[in-house]
Design a protein around this ligand. Structure first.
Ligand SMILES: Nc1ncnc2c1ncn2[C@@H]1O[C@H](COP(=O)(O)OP(=O)(O)OP(=O)(O)O)[C@@H](O)[C@H]1O
Ligand SMILES: [Mg+2]
Length: 279
């Protein structure tokens, strides 16, 4: 379980990336969503003890992220957004080395690494050197490290960015099979919906919403999203497009030529809550 109390992060150039966020994450899998620069990575780094907050605090399973950081590092693993495997090392060795560093014996590390690499679909590529892997395959090596680790708490910062749709579903299954608690960030709303029991939505360093996906989408029940090039009553402007929400049964009759009807997703929360989509 994670509890954050008034966490604030001000970088040395004055940027306030987190502006006093408080929340409790106690579900099996939680997703943190928000636009580029919202503060997701900053939050993940602070929670996984890689960076200190400017003020405020948080705890992981009752352990304080500042005074008990060493103990947290034993029970938590974190896959950073920018992580890249070592170029001249086979994928299997990258995972084995990581597990050895976490205290796995040689044989246990080998078995766990092979199993995890097969789970993420790298069964045939585990002996390739990391630089011979595609971008998505490199990402999967890190997901394999996380799922093989057996940690109680797993932080995944954009685990499926750059993955093809098939690989993404493969990684989703792997994430669901993780025994510990998982906190992930994503820009794919269908990923947040498919995986997580609750969603923490942040914007400009603040918590905008925190609830179960179905509860967040409740105001949209029975509605569809209509994208139009023309302004209509109570529509939201996104770029050159006007977005409105209309009753499912009425949509076909109401919309004009060229309008597009789409199902509502978590994206629509950002639009409806007036998050500045232009910046
Ligand atoms: N080292 C740093 N120094 C100064 N500002 C920083 C630093 N790291 C991040 N920031 C700023 O903090 C804010 C939040 O950045 P962060 O990386 O947490 O966003 P994010 O939600 O993870 O975005 P993305 O979806 O693009 O990964 C941004 O305004 C960013 O420019
Ligand atoms: Mg980020």
């Amino acid at each position: 379980m994670i509890e954050a109390r008034a966490l604030k992060k001000r970088y040395s150039d004055g940027t306030v990336a987190l502006n006093s966020v408080s929340f409790r994450l106690d579900k099996k899998i939680s997703a943190i969503i928000g636009r580029n620069g919202a503060g997701k990575t900053t939050l993940m780094k602070i929670l996984s003890t890689q960076m200190l907050p400017t003020s405020g605090t948080a705890s992981i399973d009752g352990l304080d992220i500042i005074s008990e950081a060493d103990r947290i590092r034993k029970i938590a693993v974190s896959i950073p957004q920018e992580a890249r495997p070592v170029d001249y090392m086979p994928a299997i060795d990258c995972v084995k080395l990581y597990l050895a560093a976490r205290g796995f014996g040689r044989l246990k590390a080998k078995a766990a690494a092979e199993k995890a690499l097969r789970t993420v679909g790298l069964g045939d590529a585990m002996d390739k050197l990391a630089y011979e892997l595609s971008g998505g395959m490199k990402r999967k090596v890190f997901v394999a490290m996380a799922i093989a680790s057996d940690a109680d708490m797993i932080f995944l910062d954009e685990p499926t960015t750059g993955l093809d749709p098939f690989s993404r579903v493969e990684v989703w299954s792997a994430i669901r099979a993780i025994k510990g608690q998982v906190i992930l960030t994503t820009h794919y709303m269908e990923e947040a919906q498919a995986l997580s029991e609750d969603v923490l939505m942040i914007d400009s360093g603040k918590v905008l919403a925190h609830d179960a996906v179905e509860r967040l989408l409740k105001p949209f029940n029975g509605l569809v999203r209509v994208e139009s090039q023309r302004k209509s009553r109570s529509s939201y402007k996104v770029g050159n497009t006007w977005i409105s929400y209309v009753k499912k049964g009425n949509a076909k009759a109401m919309v004009g030529r060229g309008d597009i009807i789409k199902p509502v997703t978590l994206d629509d929360l950002f639009i409806k809550r007036g998050v500045n989509l232009e910046s």
